[in-house]
Design a protein around this ligand. Structure first.
Ligand code: PLP
Length: 309
């Protein structure tokens, strides 16, 4: 009766079983996998966040399939602050980056089409692709003692086949923390143009640079070469995942651009998933980001100095 999308091993693994046993025995557990920023003791600008989300205008339901224009303009202002021009018509507001992937997969994939994903990377892609009837093909990031983690382009070129639809780039990558360099951005564009496949650039951690350098490629937003989808959102940017506010910026050469934007709008219009209060609050919430990012980066530096990584 059930769909084959979730034909995967759903039994809890040994680690989950051990954790359950220890929890039920009330044993003390130090969980090094906690990634929920709101329970880690960071000081948030509570007053401003609460004031922002309690705007009375939220009591009126206004819909826009791409997200409220005012919030899309707030997103464009965020990029303008980085000297990048983004047109609000190319921005789609979504509940989070995970949903953004899902919408883009719906746009790009027919059943059994493939998405190239870096390895190592965080583990959600198998699920996201399966739920949209797609397949994940891993491309390796190689570690070099001098240059750090780098995509293996020879392997990437071999892995791209007739069913490939996009390459996911996570910049900086989770869990390696490695960045796309300017020359990588050039190469990814070249490869994707050659094979007529899209770049999906996940930039949720891009503001958390503790050691800036000129060779770090900052963003694919506004990339006018390969078809490009840039993903980001408040879950990481202002460390508030519960607000459920993310976005996609679409760009690229004209060939598929207008059609992609129109079809993505059909997808977002079908769901109209994003809440009004957070959209009205977006401009003010963006302003809280420097403070919390400073605190998170401070913690990263502190842990690094203490030798945790
Ligand atoms: C690299 C990366 N992208 C996306 C996500 C999902 O973020 P969101 O909360 O916006 O769905 C995560 C979550 O940990 C992540 O590590």
């Amino acid at each position: 009766m059930l769909s084959r999308r979730l034909n995967m091993d759903i039994e809890p693994n040994r680690l989950s079983l051990l954790l359950r046993r220890k929890q039920s025995a009330d044993e003390k557990i130090i969980d090094l996998t906690v990634t929920n920023p709101t329970i880690l003791g960071f000081k948030y600008n509570k007053k401003e966040i609460l004031r922002a989300i309690s705007d009375e205008s939220s009591l009126t339901y206004i819909t826009d399939s791409k997200g409220l224009l005012s919030a899309r303009k707030d997103i464009c202002n965020y990029y303008a602050g980085k000297d990048i021009k983004v047109d609000p018509e190319s921005v789609f507001i979504v509940p989070g980056t995970s949903e953004a992937y899902s919408y883009i997969f719906k746009l790009l994939l027919d059943p059994d089409d493939e998405i190239l994903v870096p390895q190592p990377c965080y583990p959600l892609f198998e699920f996201l692709a399966s739920l949209d009837c797609g397949k994940v093909v891993y491309y390796p990031l190689m570690y070099d003692f001098k240059d750090g983690w780098m995509p293996d382009y020879k392997v990437i070129n071999k892995l791209i086949g007739p069913r490939s639809k996009a390459i996911v780039i996570v910049n900086p990558n989770n869990p390696t923390g490695s960045y796309v360099r300017n020359e990588d951005a050039y190469k990814f564009n070249e490869i994707c143009l050659k094979h007529d496949i899209a770049i999906i650039s996940d930039e949720v951690f891009s503001d958390f640079t503790v050691e800036p350098n000129d060779n770090i490629f900052k963003t694919f937003a506004g990339n006018n070469k390969a078809m490009t989808f840039v993903l980001n959102g408040f879950s990481k940017l202002i460390a508030l995942p519960q607000l459920k506010f993310g976005w996609i910026v679409v760009s690229g050469q004209a060939t598929h651009l207008d059609e992609a934007i129109q079809k993505l709008e059909i997808i977002t219009d079908t769901y109209l998933s994003i809440g009004t209060p957070v959209q009205l609050a977006a401009g003010r919430l963006f302003k809280t980001r420097e403070d919390i990012q400073h605190r998170v980066c401070g913690k990263i530096i502190q842990c690094s100095k203490a030798g945790y990584f």
